[in-house]
Design a protein around this ligand. Structure first.
Ligand code: NDP
Ligand code: OXD
Length: 305
């Protein structure tokens, strides 16, 4: 069952700002012209456009594709995204966990356990020789990369602009994508979903990875061509994948991803915004906005993130 998001936010809002009028769309009656600020994650298309006096939209998640894929989104209204240490940390845990599960062959040992078999093996390659590539070296990618670097993996990141992060090699722009992929034994996607990055995890991308590479997608389902991934794994080119996000969510029961022995599936839970932290952030940002201060983490409408 998807979580009832509105229900999650109303409790902290009522506790932290009891005097604030905060109607829940679809549950409470409200006059569209009374709404100054909107808090949302994947608003129904057209909803934000229907609020004529909207001053700021707060994205309760880090990714804002749920707003910008709506062609009616009022682009003159600032969209601010949630950037939070706790959220980045949860995402980092997911990435590190799946990188280590692959590196330490945990699924192989899980399987051996079901057969009561004592199957000792060495890791396929030493940690220092294992190259991890992170697509998207932003808030989350940088934190995940730093933890993996500190575990002695060779970490590189790919971003639009060049980065200078100690111990992490930086690749930038489409011109350097192929070289980045060619050195990535574990490929992690932490990109925002934009027209430039949609379907970036595709047949050509997988072919550019070294044989036996593993793919972790914790960003958006729209990044991944699911059939291409299955074909690359079934052909033996890729070793497997960990997926938290899908083209269609909830992932339909009929999807072959569920039962694939080399794919780990989770239901978009890699990083969940803490409602209390996010509510404190929204209230603080609203106060700043009311004082005429500039808000941090405003989405660049042209870039889409
Ligand atoms: P940021 O905006 O901080 O980082 C995005 C990174 O992607 C930046 O390094 C940016 O480059 C890079 N990038 C964007 N477009 C391109 C491009 N065309 N080519 C190369 N690099 C590009 O985002 P966050 O780290 O905060 O979040 C990343 C994503 O993680 C979110 O958008 C969301 O989709 C996903 N997410 C998923 C969650 C889950 O539960 N599964 C939870 C939270 C987030 P540059 O730095 O040069 O601008
Ligand atoms: C996010 C998410 O973008 O939870 O924060 O997917």
């Amino acid at each position: 069952m998807p979580l009832n998001y509105a229900g999650l936010w109303t409790v902290p809002l009522a506790k932290l700002a009891p005097d604030l009028k905060a109607p829940v769309h679809g549950r409470d009656k409200y006059a569209p012209e009374d709404i100054d600020y909107a808090l949302s994650f994947r608003p129904e298309p057209g909803l934000l456009k229907s609020l004529p006096n909207l001053k700021v939209v707060f994205s309760l998640g880090a990714g804002v594709d749920g707003f910008l894929t709506d062609p009616t989104y009022p682009r003159n209204v600032p969209l601010v995204r949630f950037v939070d240490h706790g959220l980045s940390r949860e995402m980092t845990q997911y990435v590190v966990m799946h990188a280590l599960m692959f590196h330490r062959q945990q699924r192989y040992f899980d399987h051996a356990q079901t057969e009561r078999k004592w199957r000792q093996t060495f890791p396929p390659r030493p940690t220092e020789d294992t190259r991890i590539g992170i697509l998207g070296l932003g808030e989350i990618g940088t934190m995940a990369g730093a933890y993996l670097r500190d575990l002695d993996f060779q970490v590189a990141g790919w971003s639009r602009t060049r980065k200078n992060v100690a111990g992490i090699e930086s690749f930038a722009g489409t011109g350097e994508l192929h070289a980045f992929l060619a050195r990535s034994d574990i490929l992690v996607c932490l990109l925002p979903l934009t027209p430039d990055t949609r379907n970036i995890l595709n047949r050509e991308t997988f072919a550019a990875l070294p044989k036996g590479a593993f793919v972790i997608n914790a960003a958006r389902g729209g990044h991944l061509v699911e059939d291409d991934l299955i074909a690359a794994i079934d052909s033996g080119h890729l070793a497997g994948a960990a997926l938290d996000v899908f083209q269609t969510e909830p992932l339909p029961e009929s999807s072959p991803l569920w039962a694939h022995p080399k794919i780990a599936v989770t239901p978009h839970v890699a990083g969940m915004s803490d409602p209390w932290a996010a509510t404190r952030w929204v209230l603080d940002a609203m106060a700043r906005h009311a004082r005429g201060e500039k808000l941090a983490n405003i989405v660049d409408m042209a870039l889409g993130y």
